[in-house]
Write a new protein. Sequence first.
Length: 393
Amino acid sequence: MMRILQVIATFYPAWAFGGPVKVVYKLSEELAKRGHEVEVYTTNAYDQTRDFEPKYKTQIMNGFRVTYFKNLIRPGKLFLSPEMIFALRKNMRKFDVVHTHFGRQAYDIAVNYYCRRYGVPYVLHVHGSLPRFVEKQKLKLIYDMFFGYRILRGASKVIALSRAEAVQFRNMGVPDERITVIPNGIDLLECANLPPKGSFKKKFGVENDKKMILYLGRINETKGIDFLVKAYAHLVKNMNYDNVVLVVAGPDDGYLGESKRLVASLKITDKAIFTGMLPEKEKVSAYVDSSIVVNVEPRNVFGLVPLEAAVCSTPVVVSKGNAVSDIIDRGKFGFSVNYGDINELARIMGKMLDDGVLLREMGKNGRWFVSENFSWNRIITSFEKVYKEVIEN
């Protein structure tokens, strides 16, 4: 039995922050099932602008303990909680290993300092946030110069979600022997008994005979939503696919207004639905009712959405720059397109919509392939191995 601390800026019920929240929840739950003593340190952030007051500061969830620390201030996407840093200093020595989920935050600096001071190894997980080619490049560079490279050097192991992310670590100076590739796991129980078709369409007023193309995720400018919207407009206006609805589902992360303006400028407002953030059960219903799920984020190192869609028997389309494209090719449950090629994406979506046999075959392939290769039961063993290795060394 190991005593494991998970440190992350945002946690349940803050689903608006995307995949890392879900991954750390499932990781903690599965480790607890294996008999380990797991604790999560996090802040009380609820979404991009609001904090929440938990009923209890420390809670037990599915066998693991969660402690919420108040944010003192929240400038942009920084989460500053002196409470959390004090707790790390006070309690660090009671853990065998710390697993920190890097976000260029103050707690990353504290984990590095107190783990070194008290001789506790830490594992670093960046969830695709390592590159500086997206938001706030100058601030990220300054952070890395003063703290980031030191945090990377101090980690006993770093977790890469894919071979693409492993290359990013190497480019930041992390040696190969400290990089371990472990993909995200998928909660198969969520999709074990799929809901009947039609429930999502009924709630959002989509006629049953209409086909649905779904984007699900944060509404952020890096996600390729503009690419999808333009390709969809080409599909319905220039290729005469009148019987198809575009659904954009997820919380606003700074790009919702721009997405709606683009839809209006292309004169497809009556064919596009923005649902906002969906509860987990409605997400599954959205997958089930969709003919295709499109996730064309160009630089995602490992997105959960394509795999979640696949385990719900829905084919997917991704960008060739997305690390999941290799998995989709191996599993034969979708297509990859060149990012920005509107004609190609529209053509591929049309081809899939025209071929019901192809959609069913890809749906069947995806459900089997993801279930066999990305279940948490399989992946949790890799994390246990990493923890044991860094503790022994």
